[in-house]
Ligand binder design. Structure first.
Ligand code: NI
Length: 170
């Protein structure tokens, strides 16, 4: 397994719309393993392929505290959504920032699992929020897009500045 590099806002590659996965093969399963390793190491509760610069419709998630509930969603589609949940969200591509975002409380999703089987599943609570957040990534969307323009620009400027300081070793 290998740790993958996570793209950070405002990297334009995060705006790429991912393509459907054509085949769930060994190469895809290797990517899935690497994505889990990268997500757990970060640590985070979800990771979309877009964030590791692979523009295919694939995400992984695990909201448990002990890595005991891993989910792999390939080519996910939301069939139904209801309710409202406001959650303080963060993102591995927007490190250090947490803001309230409103999403559906329950979602029913159709997807392929890691063996390529078609699944329909209901998600709720934090996992539902996480799945919606990661599905946004596959469409090139970030949680900061739900904030005001002023707030998004403030975060963008801070992240660019922090990265420049890191680059010079400050
Ligand atoms: Ni994210």
């Amino acid at each position: 397994m290998a740790l993958l590099r996570i793209l950070e806002f405002p990297d334009p590659r995060l705006r790429t719309k991912a393509q459907p996965v054509q085949q769930v093969d060994d190469k895809m399963r290797k990517l899935i393993s690497d994505m889990f390793e990268t997500m757990y190491a970060a640590p985070g509760i979800g990771l979309a392929a877009t964030q590791v610069d692979v523009h295919q419709r694939l995400l992984v998630a695990d909201v448990s505290s002990d890595k005991s509930d891993p989910h792999v969603l390939i080519n996910p589609t939301i069939l139904e959504k209801d309710g409202v949940a406001v959650t303080s969200e963060g993102c591995l591509s927007v490190p250090g920032y947490y803001e309230d975002v409103e999403r559906a409380e329950h979602v029913r999703v159709r997807y392929l699992n890691r063996t390529g089987d078609a699944i329909e599943q209901e998600f709720e609570g934090l996992l539902a929020v996480c799945v919606q957040h990661e599905m946004d990534h596959l469409d090139g969307k970030l949680f900061v897009d739900y904030l005001s323009e002023a707030k998004r620009q403030r975060i963008r400027k801070r992240l660019v500045k922090d990265r420049k300081l890191q680059a010079v070793g400050a």
